[in-house]
Design a protein. Structure first.
Length: 254
């Protein structure tokens, strides 16, 4: 990898911006459209922003933690950056594509690297009809919400909602309920990566629900469809022995 062509990007945090300035002065930098690699300085939220920003460019991103949470980031160190990039393990992940139909009309689409979630907007629980590949699996899920998570995102919101941690190479997605009330014993499902999940909001006027694709919201939806998008590939770089596969395993024993 011609690691000398680096584009440095940083979150708004002063710690991240100061690190960006020092690294750019030390290693030199090029604009994004000329970069062989992007070095992202911040936390996991900024890493997601960076990956979305480079969608379609097929340029790898090497993150260094200058934020709060750093699951998708490498340890910060100013020295030997080119060597670290050259030795890095390369992971490719596919995002989810969300298609959401607002009650007011129209259709909105967005990509999500971690998860697509549905969340109640008012004081009453949401009621969702859940279908997989056109077949209704749950006629009425009463809950605060539900989500579909990728393996890369399975340790984020999905894990907080008691969903499973998925190995990075797993050809499955996690379908997880958020604070489910009925069915009482249902705690989610693993579905094939190429499956299409549809949520229909039951009584959306009385029980409004919003949809989020990596925290990008669509308000008051009537239905949402979620499926993996194999045509979009995100490239992540990790220091040897600290890749996504190891991090996902380690998270389960923390």
């Amino acid at each position: 990898m011609p690691s000398h062509r680096i584009c440095f990007v940083a979150s708004d945090a002063q710690l991240a911006r100061a690190a960006r300035d020092r690294l750019a002065a030390k290693y030199g930098e090029v604009p994004l459209d000329q970069a062989a690699v992007v070095v992202a300085l911040g936390g996991d939220g900024f890493m997601l922003q960076t990956l979305h920003a480079v969608e379609g460019r097929e340029v790898p991103v090497y993150g260094m933690n200058r934020g709060t949470v750093g699951f998708l980031m490498n340890a910060f160190r100013e020295g030997d950056l080119r060597e670290r990039i050259d030795r890095a393990e390369h992971f490719i992940i596919n995002p989810l594509r969300m298609r959401a139909a607002p009650v007011a009309g129209g259709l909105e689409e967005a990509l999500a690297i971690n998860e697509v979630s549905l969340l109640r907007m008012g004081p009453q629980a949401a009621k969702l009809r859940v279908s997989v590949d056109g077949r209704v699996r749950i006629e009425e899920l009463v809950c605060d919400g539900a989500l579909v998570a990728t393996p890369a995102g399975s340790t984020a919101y999905n894990y907080s909602a008691h969903g499973p941690v998925l190995p990075i190479g797993a050809e499955v997605l996690a379908l997880t309920a958020i604070a489910p009330f009925r069915p009482r014993r249902w705690r989610g499902a693993l579905i094939p990566k190429d499956a299409r999940v549809r949520f229909d909001v039951v009584d959306p006027e009385k029980r409004p629900v919003r949809a989020d694709a990596d925290s990008r919201p669509v308000q008051a939806v009537a239905w949402v469809e979620v499926a993996s998008e194999p045509a979009v590939r995100h490239h992540l770089l990790f220091d040897p022995g600290h890749g996504l596969d190891e991090r996902l395993i380690r998270e389960q024993f923390a």
